[in-house]
Design a protein around this ligand. Structure first.
Ligand code: PEP
Length: 298
């Protein structure tokens, strides 16, 4: 695992590290047979492990065909929800060739009903081609394209109203972390989603520290856990204990086949949103199967 910058040591957040994890089950029985039972261990939430692959603006018809073949051939643990997000123009190709075991997401959606909005894609159109998910609030859209909290929250509300499920991204910039504002930023972004969302059943939260995205500087498991626990506690305080327990909080930022297992062991990490490593089928399969790091034989 690449070391996080020294300035990002987890002690940086120590004044707020005492945020308590909600009183939800730490051991959840997920399946059993007569001979052997498996339990999810170290899991503060009750939701199913979730792994998303964000392909960003990558791929060609040929490279995507190869990636889909690799994913179709992979052996994947059953107790994981898996979603991939191709560029818009390849969603139909992926839908028509990828195993139904893996669901498909868009990387963006228009804020409301379609119409005279040049270059945009509406939630109705995603539904029309069988695309069940959308990633919203990704740092590249916040910080490169310039989308703000309110705009993102409204997009989430409209997508959910059309039965498109939302991967809602939050996360701080390096300078915000170094200024001790990590929790302020994440909670502000959470509030913007909460102001627009009334039903959290179809929402997965992705905590993606911006300094870790595409940089190879993965957060340490402790750094990620600290923010995940705080976000879950925020949900408990501001929404409800049930939503805090059932909502998946996944980590994103330089996750790869080598570092995923250590991250997965953390009790508030319910899965991953993966960029670069999701473009390699076998690596993405390894990340999906890191759910096994949470399990022990009973
Ligand atoms: C992402 O784009 O959501 C992401 C986490 O990218 P990477 O895994 O490449 O850091």
């Amino acid at each position: 695992m690449a070391a996080a910058p020294s300035s990002l040591a987890s002690s940086h957040l120590s004044p707020i590290a005492a945020v308590s994890t909600p009183a939800v089950p730490h051991q959840l029985r997920i399946g059993c047979s007569r001979r052997r039972a498996q339990r999810i261990v170290a899991m503060a939430g009750s939701g199913k492990f979730f792994v998303g692959g964000n392909w960003k603006c990558n791929g060609t018809k040929d490279s995507i065909s190869k990636l889909v073949s690799e994913l179709n051939a992979a052996t994947l643990e059953t107790d994981v929800d898996v979603v991939v997000a191709p560029p818009f123009i390849y969603i139909d190709q992926v839908k028509n060739s990828l195993t139904g075991r893996i669901e498909v997401s868009a990387q963006n959606v228009w804020i409301g009903k379609g119409g005279a909005y040049t270059g945009e894609i509406s939630a109705e159109q995603l539904v029309d081609i069988g695309c069940q998910w959308v990633i919203l609030g990704h740092s590249e859209r916040r910080h490169i394209i310039g989308e703000n909290d309110e705009f993102i929250g409204k997009k989430a509300a409209y997508a959910l109203s059309q039965n498109v499920k939302v991967i809602a991204c939050i996360g701080e910039l390096l300078e915000e972390r170094e200024a001790g504002k990590t929790f302020d930023v994440c909670f502000r972004q959470m509030k913007a989603f909460a102001d627009s969302i009334s039903n959290w059943a179809d929402v997965v939260i992705a905590y993606e520290p911006v300094w870790a995205i595409g940089t190879g500087k993965v957060a340490t498991p402790e750094q990620a856990q600290e923010v995940h626990a705080a976000v879950r506690n925020w949900l408990k305080t501001n929404i409800s204990p049930d939503v805090a327990s059932s909502t998946r909080i996944i980590y994103g930022g330089s996750v790869n086949a080598a570092n995923c297992a250590e991250l997965a062991k953390k009790e508030d990490i319910d899965g991953f949103l993966v960029g670069g490593a999701s473009l390699k089928g076998p690596d993405f399969a390894t990340i999906i199967n890191s759910v096994t790091a949470k399990k022990v034989a009973a």
